[in-house]
Design a binder for this molecule. Structure first.
Ligand code: NAD
Length: 413
């Protein structure tokens, strides 16, 4: 996974001609720690769980990235996701580098007290790293809500003082930010609005969404209000389809009551969602779902990547050949980390902002970043994915070069 992601960086570097020294710095994470967390289960037994934290790069600031609890967590995935965070924070010009952490555990098989012990044990194991000036974790898969509350309390206990800025995505009562819950969906919408002309998505353009969860729902409602027509959605248990456009208010109530969009309307098999005919396809669930084989079957004109890494690197060239433009994850889903940054700033200053101020700052950053990606796409006559990597690479390159380049040390002009 890590190698596949690096391929995209190499592609962008080949377009702009980056000095090999810079690539050497970015090719390998700065620091990766793998530990065994011995956690006491409710039956008295001890389970040694594998846990990781990877800090990819801190050349632009302290590292930032979520902690996920999932059985498939492994060191390669952590390195890949940390690298992604370095790129994402650079694309939206946040003063951060990238990190990622996780525990290989199935939270559904844990009691609440076991989950609390895992969460607190994680913070104890990585307490040397976690700090508002060094490494700032956030929620990821299965670590929302109370897990982050336990982690925030644990780091304060260990460091003997409240440290709200050391972890973001906190509940509001513990120093969280307004607007964090909707930030990823909001950010994806703002980004799309700035690209609609280039992408040719006029009023009535049709949208299909895989993974009708938190981010997708926010995005869908804003997209529909702006004139797009959401015709198909899916989640892990089912799908809904209406070529005339789904009634999103009724769909939302159905999902809240039944826990799924399945059986709402239409007879779409969730496995067929990605290849549904539509103008805009929004993968918002899992990584790697659009591989080379799926890319050949797509019937959309554009992809907006709300999920992290929904398109595999080997599918990129097929999309290019087929004229399908992908708005890359490192831009499209950066609204979440952008508002995490606002949370961090509020925690550090003690000045807390109302929702409209968060919305204003998020809009400004997402619009500016999208325009900067567009400008790179035009300058280098390339697609949006390459353009986003070129933008990130340029900012990283500037930071790495600021302490001297080979040219400087050789005394050349
Ligand atoms: P979520 O858990 O609220 O929603 C995910 C949805 O995907 C759920 O409805 C789930 O049922 C569905 N799903 C799972 N497997 C599926 C499958 N095989 N087919 C169809 N649907 C499936 O999560 P979220 O916060 O909305 O995040 C969605 C995606 O966006 C994830 O990939 C996440 O990594 C990415 N992301 C989220 C944030 C954030 O701040 N929330 C930030 C950046 C990226």
């Amino acid at each position: 996974m890590f190698n596949a992601i690096k391929e995209r960086l190499e592609r962008a570097a080949a377009i702009v001609g980056v000095h090999p020294d810079v690539m050497e710095v970015l090719r390998w994470p700065k620091e990766t720690l793998a530990v065994s967390l011995p956690v006491r289960m409710d039956d008295g037994s001890i389970r040694p769980l594998k846990a990781f934290r990877c800090r990819h790069s801190e050349v632009r600031g302290p590292t930032k990235g979520g902690i996920r609890f999932h059985p498939s967590v492994n060191i390669d995935e952590m390195m890949a996701l940390a690298f992604w965070m370095t790129m994402k924070t650079a694309v939206v010009d946040l003063p951060y580098g990238g990190a990622k952490g996780g525990v290989a555990v199935d939270t559904k098989a844990l009691s609440p007290t076991e989950l609390e012990r895992v969460s607190r044990a994680y913070v104890r194991a990585f307490a040397e790293m976690i700090d508002e000036h060094r490494d700032i974790p956030a929620p990821d898969m299965y670590t929302g809500g109370i897990v982050i509350a336990w982690m925030t309390e644990e780091i304060a206990t260990l460091k003997r003082r409240p440290m709200p800025a050391a972890i973001t995505g906190k509940p509001l009562q513990l120093g969280g930010s307004l607007g964090r819950d909707t930030a990823t969906g909001d950010g994806a919408f703002i980004c799309l609005e700035a690209l609609r002309e280039r992408l040719g998505l006029g009023d009535g353009a049709t949208v299909a969404i895989q993974g009708y969860g938190n981010a997708a729902r926010v995005f869908a409602e804003r997209a529909a209000a702006a004139g797009l027509k959401v015709i198909a959605v899916s989640d892990s248990s089912g799908a809904a389809h209406d070529p005339a456009g789904l009634d999103l208010a009724a769909l939302g109530r159905h999902k809240d009551e039944t826990g799924t969009v399945g059986s709402f309307t239409g007879d779409l098999d969730p496995d067929d969602l990605l290849t549904t005919k539509c103008d805009l396809l929004v993968p918002a669930a899992l990584d790697g779902v659009i591989d080379a084989a799926v890319a050949c079957e797509l019937q959309c004109r554009t992809i907006l990547e709300i999920a992290n890494g929904p398109v595999t690197a080997d599918a990129d060239s097929i999309l290019v050949e087929r004229g399908i433009e992908a708005v890359p994850d490192i831009l499209a889903n950066a609204g979440g980390v952008a508002v995490s940054y606002l949370e961090w700033v509020q925690n550090k200053t003690g000045d807390y902002w109302p929702a409209d101020e968060i919305e204003r700052r998020l809009s400004q950053r997402m619009q500016a970043s999208t325009e900067a990606v567009l400008a790179k796409a035009e300058t280098y006559d390339t697609n949006l994915r390459n353009a986003a990597y070129i933008l990130a690479l340029g900012r990283l390159c500037d930071a790495i070069s600021a302490t001297g380049t080979q040219t400087y040390y050789n005394g050349e002009s």
